[in-house]
Design a protein around this ligand. Structure first.
Ligand SMILES: Cc1cc2nc3c(=O)[nH]c(=O)nc-3n(C[C@H](O)[C@H](O)[C@H](O)COP(=O)(O)O)c2cc1C
Length: 185
């Protein structure tokens, strides 16, 4: 299996990134090839709604780092998407990435990506309860549903204020590793 982790948090030691890394570690244990992609290390511009991808072209007009990411997503069997909750929604980097997935849809909104992929979702928050993460979980399932991705699992952890706060929740780290093992079969 080819498992890619997309970590959306901009900060070093981000808890959502660490959880993605733990999912990838579990997947590797089961023999999967894994790769971590940090969106903040890439140059990804917002969608400008130019219509290029819907008028005779099957990709985006913008030639930034999303070009490489489209290929990694195309080849992946499993995508692990890890993001923080900002103001009861995802952070800006997540939406820039999501909008650019528009180029992976045909004019009739059918998918240009191969089917059969799984999507695993990891979310972190501060003092927010599960009710703050659930709408974002549903939202992400809807987005990846456009590409017929199957539900590969969900992990959420709150009380994540400082980087590395996750160390106080070893059971969540174990849950992430177990998720990685389960998506690799
Ligand atoms: C701009 C901003 C807005 C935030 N809004 C919320 C929020 O609405 N609810 C919440 O529970 N936590 C909120 N947080 C806290 C983050 O969700 C939390 O620190 C999260 O763990 C960050 O993920 P990371 O460790 O992967 O960077 C916010 C943090 C920032 C920087």
């Amino acid at each position: 299996m080819n498992v890619i982790g997309i970590a959306v948090s901009p900060r070093k030691g981000a808890n959502s990134q660490t959880l993605v890394e733990q999912v990838l570690a579990g997947a590797k244990e089961k023999g999967s090839e894994t790769e971590l992609i940090r969106l903040s290390d890439l140059e990804i511009h917002p969608c400008v709604a130019c219509g290029f991808c819907k008028s005779g072209h099957d990709t985006c007009a913008q030639k930034d780092d999303m070009v490489v990411l489209y290929e990694k997503i195309r080849k992946a069997d499993v995508i692990v998407f890890g993001a923080p909750i900002y103001f009861a929604r995802l952070n800006a980097q997540a939406y820039t990435f999501i909008d650019r997935l528009y180029a992976m849809l045909n004019p009739d909104f059918s998918s240009r990506l191969p089917t059969g992929k799984k999507i695993a979702i990891v979310l972190t928050s501060g003092s927010g309860e599960l009710s703050i993460a659930t709408p974002m979980h549903e939202y992400l399932k809807t987005i990846f549903g456009f590409f017929h991705c199957m539900d590969g699992g969900f992990i959420w952890q709150n009380q994540m204020f400082a980087p590395n706060d996750l160390e106080q929740f070893p059971e969540t780290i174990e849950k992430a590793q177990a998720l990685g093992r389960s998506i690799s079969t």
